[in-house]
Design a protein around this ligand. Structure first.
Ligand code: EPZ
Length: 432
């Protein structure tokens, strides 16, 4: 068993690495989808709820995962890796404080708030602050923890929470927030009685978190639906677990194949997690075949369509930028309405530099067919916008240089190697 060891670029040392992509690309072959970042991030935080050994399989090599593992180590978790297994063991806590230096690089650090409160009765977590795509407040997390009896103080950029004991109650969420749902599920696992979360987020990653907690002996019901019931238990035990496939990664590769008129197969993904996305792509004319654990997309001629992002099972906001890049290659116009985040169109100016024809009006984007995407030096601004630039670069004529790819390293495991395997001309250049 070795202690935590992660490739250099995940340490963020590759701050200014860039990708060089030559298009148009023709992709072919098969890739295996990694385990979901947005399932493993709350699951990792949930490991704090058990004093026994937790073994997790195929945790993806991502910067966000590395940040979460570093945070857990600071809190006292012993982490060892052996092949595809990572073992997390937290017999005692060394700290109950998630400091700004880590939280500022990854807002999902807020997921330790619920588990620390449940286990320790106290927690101190730096306020995550906004990020490129929006202010991203955590009022739904805090207001509902207060409702459970936690004392919450905001001071010096930190959330200080204390609760000698949380009380079971019904928590109607004003919005089906993914993070708030996950934090409240974890906060209530030891709360005697039954805590009910109403208008809960229904994303597959929520269902996965509930299954993980139950594998340790929790009593969670209704996870994946809009009403989740958590019956408190005394303690949680050891478990072995593997998270679901990453539906956003899968959707990204599907759209890259469609944008380049390619035929590829994705394995390790349950297509029902991106049912609505596949429906929308078929509406555009995409030829997509699905089986239990794989999806095959064939060469297709695409028309435009209208997409409105929405909480699950609607169209995921995390595939909005990638869908927009695809729509620029369709033979007629499309519209995208971004209803979840207030500033998630930063990929638009970069796509326009590549000859895309896109007009913005508030939360709506109007995409006309591009006369032909062309290569240009572009810059990543956030994780999913970066994926949109990759899709456009694969479809564009010429050599595109994509800067600040550290954004991509947050959420796409071995992306350049996977696209290389599919036949793309893509190389990562260390620009230090
Ligand atoms: C999760 O973020 C995902 N991150 C995001 O993925 C994803 O875009 C988002 O859910 C929506 O699906 C992880 O799971 C780690 P929310 P989260 O709470 O939990 C507002 C990616 O690219 N809101 O459902 O932060 C919020 O401002 C990332 O992988 C409040 O107002 O999302 C936003 O407008 C990006 N108050 C909306 O709800 C709150 O207390 C959705 O937020 C919480 C949220």
């Amino acid at each position: 068993m070795t202690t935590l060891d992660v490739p250099g670029f995940l340490h963020g040392s590759a701050k200014m690495d860039k990708l060089i992509i030559n298009g148009p690309a023709k992709l072919s072959g098969e890739i295996h989808i990694s385990r979901a970042k947005n399932a493993y991030l709350p699951i990792l935080a949930g490991c704090l709820l058990s004093k026994e050994r937790i073994r997790l399989k195929n945790i993806p090599e991502l910067r966000d995962i590395k940040t979460m593992l570093s945070l857990l180590e600071k809190l006292g978790t012993q982490i060892t890796q052996e092949g595809e297994w990572t073992e997390l063991y937290t017999p005692t806590l060394a700290s109950f404080s998630a400091t700004y230096d880590l939280v500022k690089t990854m807002r999902a650090s807020i997921f330790v708030l619920g588990p620390l409160l449940a286990r320790e009765g106290k927690a101190e977590v730096s306020l995550p602050g906004g990020c490129a795509i929006g202010t991203r407040p955590i009022d739904l997390h805090l207001d509902n923890l207060k409702k459970m009896g936690a004392k919450i103080d905001l001071k010096g950029g930190y959330v200080r929470a204390e609760a000698s004991s949380l009380k079971a109650c019904t928590l109607p969420l004003a919005f089906p927030s993914v993070g708030a749902t996950e934090n409240l599920m974890m906060a209530s696992v030891f709360t005697s009685g039954t805590t009910i979360i109403e208008n809960a987020a229904m994303e597959p990653e929520i269902e996965d978190l509930g299954n993980f907690l139950n594998s340790m002996g929790a009593k969670v019901k209704g996870h994946g639906s809009s009403r989740i019931e958590i019956e408190g238990v005394e303690h949680l035990s050891a478990t072995e677990y593997e998270a679901i496939g990453d539906r956003i990664e899968a959707g990204t590769y599907l759209m890259a194949a469609l944008a380049t008129g390619s035929e590829i197969t994705l394995t390790g993904i349950n297509f029902k997690y991106i049912d609505f996305v596949i429906e929308k792509l078929r509406e555009m004319g995409a030829n997509i075949e699905t089986s239990d654990n794989s999806i095959t997309v064939k060469q297709s001629t695409l028309s435009g369509t209208k997409v409105e992002t929405a909480p699950y099972p609607g169209f995921p906001t995390d595939l909005q930028a990638q869908m927009m890049a695809l729509m620029t290659t369709a033979k007629d116009s499309s519209i995208i309405v971004e209803n979840i985040f207030e500033n998630r169109f930063m990929h638009v100016p970069e796509l326009i530099r590549m000859n895309a024809l896109i007009d913005l009006e508030g939360r709506s984007a109007f995409i006309k067919p591009s006369p032909g995407l062309s290569a240009a030096p572009v810059m990543c601004t956030d994780l999913r916008a970066s994926a949109a630039l990759i899709i456009a670069a694969l479809a564009a004529e010429g050599e595109t240089e994509i800067q600040r790819v550290y954004h991509l390293d947050r959420g796409y495991e071995k992306l350049d190697q996977k696209f290389l395997k599919l036949g793309a001309s893509i190389k990562r250049v260390n620009s230090n």
